[in-house]
Write a protein of this length. Structure first.
Length: 260
Protein backbone atom coordinates (compact mmCIF):
# COMPACT_ATOMS: atom_id res chain seq x y z
CA UNK A 1 0.00 0.00 0.00
CA UNK A 2 1.20 3.47 -0.87
CA UNK A 3 1.34 6.49 1.36
CA UNK A 4 -0.48 9.60 0.27
CA UNK A 5 1.20 11.19 -2.71
CA UNK A 6 3.30 14.30 -2.22
CA UNK A 7 2.84 15.44 -5.85
CA UNK A 8 -0.61 16.96 -5.57
CA UNK A 9 -3.14 17.96 -2.94
CA UNK A 10 -5.95 15.35 -2.88
CA UNK A 11 -9.55 16.44 -2.41
CA UNK A 12 -11.69 15.61 0.60
CA UNK A 13 -13.40 12.71 -1.16
CA UNK A 14 -10.06 11.12 -2.08
CA UNK A 15 -8.82 11.60 1.47
CA UNK A 16 -12.02 10.08 2.86
CA UNK A 17 -11.71 6.98 0.66
CA UNK A 18 -8.07 6.60 1.63
CA UNK A 19 -8.86 6.95 5.32
CA UNK A 20 -11.72 4.48 5.25
CA UNK A 21 -9.39 2.03 3.55
CA UNK A 22 -7.01 2.64 6.44
CA UNK A 23 -9.78 1.99 8.98
CA UNK A 24 -10.72 -1.38 7.49
CA UNK A 25 -7.12 -2.27 6.79
CA UNK A 26 -6.21 -1.48 10.40
CA UNK A 27 -9.03 -3.66 11.71
CA UNK A 28 -7.87 -6.58 9.59
CA UNK A 29 -4.26 -6.01 10.61
CA UNK A 30 -5.11 -6.03 14.32
CA UNK A 31 -6.90 -9.37 14.00
CA UNK A 32 -4.00 -10.94 12.12
CA UNK A 33 -1.24 -9.87 14.52
CA UNK A 34 -1.33 -12.94 16.84
CA UNK A 35 -0.27 -15.04 13.84
CA UNK A 36 2.97 -13.05 13.71
CA UNK A 37 3.65 -12.81 17.44
CA UNK A 38 7.03 -13.97 18.66
CA UNK A 39 7.96 -15.33 22.08
CA UNK A 40 8.06 -11.88 23.72
CA UNK A 41 4.52 -11.02 22.60
CA UNK A 42 3.19 -14.41 23.70
CA UNK A 43 4.92 -14.01 27.06
CA UNK A 44 3.23 -10.65 27.52
CA UNK A 45 -0.13 -12.11 26.53
CA UNK A 46 0.39 -15.02 28.93
CA UNK A 47 1.18 -12.55 31.71
CA UNK A 48 -2.03 -10.63 30.94
CA UNK A 49 -4.06 -13.84 31.10
CA UNK A 50 -2.31 -14.83 34.32
CA UNK A 51 -2.87 -11.41 35.83
CA UNK A 52 -6.55 -11.53 34.90
CA UNK A 53 -6.84 -14.94 36.53
CA UNK A 54 -5.25 -13.55 39.69
CA UNK A 55 -7.74 -10.66 39.80
CA UNK A 56 -10.55 -13.18 39.23
CA UNK A 57 -9.84 -14.59 42.69
CA UNK A 58 -10.73 -11.24 44.29
CA UNK A 59 -13.61 -10.28 42.00
CA UNK A 60 -16.40 -10.68 44.51
CA UNK A 61 -14.66 -8.78 47.32
CA UNK A 62 -13.76 -5.90 44.99
CA UNK A 63 -17.26 -5.79 43.53
CA UNK A 64 -18.92 -5.66 46.95
CA UNK A 65 -16.59 -2.88 48.08
CA UNK A 66 -17.10 -0.85 44.88
CA UNK A 67 -20.89 -1.08 45.00
CA UNK A 68 -20.88 0.16 48.59
CA UNK A 69 -19.12 3.33 47.39
CA UNK A 70 -21.70 4.20 44.76
CA UNK A 71 -23.65 6.59 46.97
CA UNK A 72 -20.57 8.76 47.42
CA UNK A 73 -19.76 9.11 43.74
CA UNK A 74 -20.50 12.62 42.37
CA UNK A 75 -23.34 12.62 39.85
CA UNK A 76 -21.26 14.16 37.05
CA UNK A 77 -18.63 11.40 37.34
CA UNK A 78 -21.30 8.72 37.36
CA UNK A 79 -22.95 10.29 34.31
CA UNK A 80 -19.62 10.62 32.51
CA UNK A 81 -18.66 7.02 33.23
CA UNK A 82 -21.95 5.67 31.95
CA UNK A 83 -22.09 7.76 28.76
CA UNK A 84 -18.51 7.90 27.48
CA UNK A 85 -18.08 4.14 27.19
CA UNK A 86 -21.31 3.65 25.24
CA UNK A 87 -21.03 3.01 21.47
CA UNK A 88 -23.21 6.02 20.57
CA UNK A 89 -21.12 8.56 22.45
CA UNK A 90 -17.92 6.84 21.44
CA UNK A 91 -18.59 7.21 17.73
CA UNK A 92 -19.82 10.76 18.19
CA UNK A 93 -16.41 11.59 19.68
CA UNK A 94 -14.27 9.60 17.28
CA UNK A 95 -16.29 10.64 14.24
CA UNK A 96 -16.04 14.28 15.30
CA UNK A 97 -12.26 14.06 15.62
CA UNK A 98 -11.93 12.46 12.21
CA UNK A 99 -14.29 14.86 10.42
CA UNK A 100 -12.45 17.83 11.91
CA UNK A 101 -9.19 16.47 10.54
CA UNK A 102 -10.76 15.75 7.17
CA UNK A 103 -12.34 19.18 6.75
CA UNK A 104 -9.17 20.98 7.82
CA UNK A 105 -6.97 18.52 5.89
CA UNK A 106 -4.86 18.08 8.99
CA UNK A 107 -3.12 14.75 8.43
CA UNK A 108 -2.16 14.26 12.05
CA UNK A 109 -5.74 14.77 13.22
CA UNK A 110 -7.07 12.58 10.41
CA UNK A 111 -4.68 9.84 11.42
CA UNK A 112 -5.81 10.12 15.03
CA UNK A 113 -9.43 9.91 13.90
CA UNK A 114 -8.66 6.82 11.83
CA UNK A 115 -6.85 5.25 14.80
CA UNK A 116 -9.80 5.97 17.09
CA UNK A 117 -12.38 4.61 14.65
CA UNK A 118 -10.41 1.49 13.74
CA UNK A 119 -9.46 0.69 17.34
CA UNK A 120 -13.00 1.09 18.67
CA UNK A 121 -14.45 -1.00 15.84
CA UNK A 122 -11.85 -3.76 16.10
CA UNK A 123 -11.88 -4.07 19.89
CA UNK A 124 -15.63 -3.46 20.07
CA UNK A 125 -16.45 -6.33 17.73
CA UNK A 126 -14.03 -8.61 19.56
CA UNK A 127 -15.64 -7.89 22.92
CA UNK A 128 -19.15 -8.41 21.58
CA UNK A 129 -18.24 -11.85 20.23
CA UNK A 130 -16.30 -12.73 23.38
CA UNK A 131 -19.16 -11.73 25.66
CA UNK A 132 -21.57 -13.99 23.84
CA UNK A 133 -19.22 -16.97 23.73
CA UNK A 134 -18.08 -16.73 27.37
CA UNK A 135 -21.47 -15.85 28.85
CA UNK A 136 -20.26 -14.63 32.23
CA UNK A 137 -22.94 -13.33 34.60
CA UNK A 138 -22.73 -9.71 35.70
CA UNK A 139 -22.39 -8.91 39.41
CA UNK A 140 -25.93 -7.53 39.48
CA UNK A 141 -27.24 -10.99 38.53
CA UNK A 142 -26.41 -12.10 42.06
CA UNK A 143 -25.08 -15.61 41.45
CA UNK A 144 -21.39 -14.86 41.95
CA UNK A 145 -18.31 -14.56 39.77
CA UNK A 146 -18.28 -18.24 38.76
CA UNK A 147 -21.60 -18.20 36.90
CA UNK A 148 -21.25 -18.82 33.14
CA UNK A 149 -23.86 -19.55 30.48
CA UNK A 150 -22.23 -19.40 27.02
CA UNK A 151 -24.28 -17.99 24.14
CA UNK A 152 -27.05 -16.79 26.45
CA UNK A 153 -28.55 -13.73 24.65
CA UNK A 154 -29.54 -12.09 27.95
CA UNK A 155 -27.31 -9.07 28.65
CA UNK A 156 -27.01 -10.25 32.27
CA UNK A 157 -24.60 -12.87 30.91
CA UNK A 158 -22.46 -10.48 28.86
CA UNK A 159 -19.95 -9.45 31.50
CA UNK A 160 -16.53 -10.50 30.18
CA UNK A 161 -14.83 -8.36 28.96
CA UNK A 162 -16.10 -4.84 29.68
CA UNK A 163 -17.20 -3.00 26.54
CA UNK A 164 -17.38 0.40 28.25
CA UNK A 165 -13.80 -0.03 29.41
CA UNK A 166 -12.58 -1.08 25.97
CA UNK A 167 -14.14 1.82 24.11
CA UNK A 168 -13.19 4.49 26.65
CA UNK A 169 -9.64 3.30 27.28
CA UNK A 170 -8.95 2.72 23.58
CA UNK A 171 -9.80 6.37 23.02
CA UNK A 172 -7.69 7.52 25.95
CA UNK A 173 -4.72 5.39 24.93
CA UNK A 174 -4.84 6.65 21.35
CA UNK A 175 -5.27 10.31 22.34
CA UNK A 176 -2.43 10.12 24.85
CA UNK A 177 -0.09 9.20 22.01
CA UNK A 178 -0.25 12.83 20.93
CA UNK A 179 1.59 14.01 24.04
CA UNK A 180 5.14 13.61 25.29
CA UNK A 181 4.67 14.58 28.93
CA UNK A 182 4.21 11.43 31.06
CA UNK A 183 2.01 13.34 33.53
CA UNK A 184 -0.34 14.38 30.74
CA UNK A 185 -0.41 10.79 29.51
CA UNK A 186 -1.18 9.51 33.00
CA UNK A 187 -3.98 12.06 33.40
CA UNK A 188 -5.55 10.94 30.13
CA UNK A 189 -5.27 7.31 31.21
CA UNK A 190 -7.04 8.08 34.48
CA UNK A 191 -9.88 9.88 32.70
CA UNK A 192 -10.13 6.91 30.34
CA UNK A 193 -10.49 4.55 33.29
CA UNK A 194 -13.52 6.34 34.79
CA UNK A 195 -16.05 4.42 32.64
CA UNK A 196 -14.46 1.13 33.72
CA UNK A 197 -14.60 2.13 37.38
CA UNK A 198 -18.22 3.18 36.97
CA UNK A 199 -19.07 -0.33 35.77
CA UNK A 200 -17.70 -1.65 39.04
CA UNK A 201 -19.85 0.47 41.34
CA UNK A 202 -22.85 -0.01 39.07
CA UNK A 203 -22.56 -3.79 39.44
CA UNK A 204 -22.22 -4.28 35.68
CA UNK A 205 -18.73 -5.78 35.59
CA UNK A 206 -16.12 -7.55 37.68
CA UNK A 207 -12.58 -6.23 38.13
CA UNK A 208 -11.16 -8.97 35.89
CA UNK A 209 -13.60 -7.93 33.12
CA UNK A 210 -12.21 -4.41 33.27
CA UNK A 211 -8.54 -5.41 33.50
CA UNK A 212 -8.78 -7.64 30.46
CA UNK A 213 -10.66 -4.88 28.62
CA UNK A 214 -7.75 -2.51 29.24
CA UNK A 215 -5.33 -5.11 27.88
CA UNK A 216 -7.43 -5.56 24.73
CA UNK A 217 -7.43 -1.78 24.25
CA UNK A 218 -3.65 -1.56 24.45
CA UNK A 219 -3.00 -4.50 22.14
CA UNK A 220 -5.48 -3.18 19.59
CA UNK A 221 -4.35 0.45 19.54
CA UNK A 222 -0.69 -0.49 19.35
CA UNK A 223 -1.17 -2.90 16.44
CA UNK A 224 -3.33 -0.51 14.42
CA UNK A 225 -0.96 2.38 15.11
CA UNK A 226 1.92 0.36 13.64
CA UNK A 227 -0.19 -0.35 10.57
CA UNK A 228 -0.93 3.36 10.14
CA UNK A 229 2.82 4.09 10.16
CA UNK A 230 2.81 2.57 6.68
CA UNK A 231 -0.12 4.68 5.52
CA UNK A 232 0.62 8.21 6.77
CA UNK A 233 3.61 10.51 6.75
CA UNK A 234 2.83 11.83 10.23
CA UNK A 235 4.43 9.50 12.78
CA UNK A 236 3.76 11.24 16.07
CA UNK A 237 4.72 8.06 17.88
CA UNK A 238 8.30 7.96 16.55
CA UNK A 239 9.59 9.95 19.52
CA UNK A 240 6.64 9.58 21.88
CA UNK A 241 5.95 5.88 21.91
CA UNK A 242 3.21 5.60 24.49
CA UNK A 243 4.31 2.73 26.65
CA UNK A 244 6.70 -0.10 26.01
CA UNK A 245 5.00 -3.05 27.65
CA UNK A 246 7.21 -5.90 28.84
CA UNK A 247 6.30 -8.93 30.87
CA UNK A 248 8.37 -11.43 32.81
CA UNK A 249 7.37 -14.60 34.56
CA UNK A 250 9.01 -15.86 37.72
CA UNK A 251 8.39 -18.31 40.50
CA UNK A 252 5.01 -17.35 41.96
CA UNK A 253 4.88 -13.95 40.25
CA UNK A 254 3.91 -12.13 37.10
CA UNK A 255 5.54 -8.77 36.43
CA UNK A 256 4.26 -6.38 33.77
CA UNK A 257 6.22 -3.16 33.25
CA UNK A 258 5.17 -0.10 31.29
CA UNK A 259 8.10 2.12 30.37
CA UNK A 260 7.24 5.71 29.36
Amino acid sequence: MQKESDSSEPGSWELFKYDMGSVFGGIGYSYSRPIHWKSEEWTTFGAVVGGTALLYVFDEQVSEFAMRQRGGVPDFIDYYGDRVGSPTYNYMLTGGVYLTGLLTKDEKLRRLGVLLLASASSAGLLQQVSKSIIGRARPEYGNGKDTFDPFNPNRSFHSFPSGHTILAFSNAYAIAKQFENPWVKTGIYLVGMVPGASRLWDGQHWLSDIAFGVAISIFTVESIDRYLDKRYRKKYNDKTKMVNWNASLGLGQIIIRGNF
